[in-house]
Design a binder for this molecule. Structure first.
Ligand code: BGC
Length: 362
């Protein structure tokens, strides 16, 4: 069932990415491989469990093929050793460029040293690969801005500058091995910290620091069980929870599941990111307040431009050469812009743009 839904989503995404303009895609709108590129590109994705990576992989494959490249697309079931061996295979089977969305940003140093030795270029996709000088470029969304938008949403909805408060807040961010998680958390906490410090926002669980609010593997189940514990210790007596900052949709889903099962008070503000189908449905049903929309078609298009430039020896598109130091120096990056989504604009953003059909959100 899950598979069926996913393959339905993917065919729509594929069709859409062929029809819709993709922020300056290098790839022609055809999947016949009529582009002028040639050679093999390895695309390593972390997991099929989360909807977005299926879309990322499908978009990358379609757009690379359309640009003329051969594609080796692999998913690693969130298992680091599997990802390393997939990358080894890509190297030994002649890939010229590797596009990698890492599971753990710190675990690819050894395998990427092999890539570098053989002159294979590496693009970090969405997540920065840390402590490796084999990384040439980074294509992502502005991760700090994602967090800022989530934090500002809570600030505005609770009217923190004017309302008396205090308001109760809980915080859920992502996997500690994902460099993005620190940017999401950092962007949001920079907005909210002054109010926590002044006492207008109260985190009753006392869990505020990154290490205490991280969610291993970004897992819905982990977020859900942490929320279960937080509710039973702090909100079971009817104490109102006003807002939950969730860095993404998989954690938001866990929080929402837990609240549905355990919480009897007025429904809190809940943030998210990715506009996954289940979460957009929750937005429509009033169970999640907002999500950040990161159009994976645009990211794929930018990454394909980077691949094309590397292959042809021309200049790759970058718009940030300051922010993302991976421990070996700043990696030239292209940051796509994340967009705010809620129940008022999701139709325009997600349906009119061809990202989803109306039926998928029913
Ligand atoms: C991505 C998010 C995603 C999360 C969990 C992050 O690196 O940027 O879009 O929700 O990983 O897969």
């Amino acid at each position: 069932m899950k598979k069926k839904i996913l393959s339905g989503i993917l065919s729509v995404v594929l069709a859409a990415s062929m029809l819709v303009g993709c922020g300056g895609a290098a790839a022609p709108a055809s999947s016949s491989g009529s582009g002028s590129g040639s050679g093999k590109v390895g695309v390593a994705m972390p997991t099929k469990d989360l909807q977005r990576w299926n879309q990322d992989g499908a978009n990358m494959e379609q757009q690379l093929k359309a640009a003329g490249y051969e594609v080796d697309l692999q998913y690693a079931s969130n298992d680091i050793a599997t990802q390393v061996s997939q990358i080894e295979n890509m190297i030994s089977s002649g890939a010229k460029v590797l596009v990698i969305a890492s599971i753990d940003g710190d675990s690819l140093g050894t395998v990427l040293a092999q890539a570098k030795e053989q002159g294979i270029k590496v693009i970090a996709y969405d997540r920065l690969i840390m402590n490796s000088d084999a990384v040439s470029y980074y294509a992502t969304f502005d991760n700090y801005m994602v967090g800022t938008k989530q934090g500002e949403y809570i600030k505005e909805q609770l009217d923190l500058d004017n309302a008396a408060g205090p308001f109760n807040l809980e915080i859920f961010t992502g996997d500690p091995g994902d460099n993005n998680a620190r940017f999401f958390y950092g962007g949001a906490i920079d907005v909210l910290k002054p109010y926590i410090d002044s006492g207008k926002l109260v985190v009753k669980s006392g869990q505020v620091d990154f290490d205490n609010v991280a969610t291993a593997n970004w897992s819905t189940e982990n977020a859900q069980s942490r929320m279960d514990a937080i509710i039973s210790a702090n909100y079971a007596d009817g104490t109102k929870l006003d807002a939950v900052l969730c860095s993404n949709d998989s954690t938001a889903l866990g929080v929402t599941n837990s609240l549905t099962a355990n919480y009897t008070g007025e429904w809190p503000i809940i943030t998210g990111q990715d506009c996954d189908v289940a979460n957009v449905k929750n937005m429509i049903a009033g169970k999640q307040s907002m999500s950040i929309f990161k159009d994976t078609r645009t990211l794929a298009a930018k990454t394909v431009e980077m691949v094309d430039a590397i292959m042809k020896g021309t200049e790759a598109p970058v718009n940030d050469t300051k922010t993302y130091d991976n421990g070996t120096g700043v990696i030239p990056s292209y940051l796509c812009e994340p967009v705010f989504a809620d129940v008022n604009n999701y139709k325009e953003l997600l349906i009119d743009s061809g990202y989803y059909t109306e039926d998928q959100l029913k």
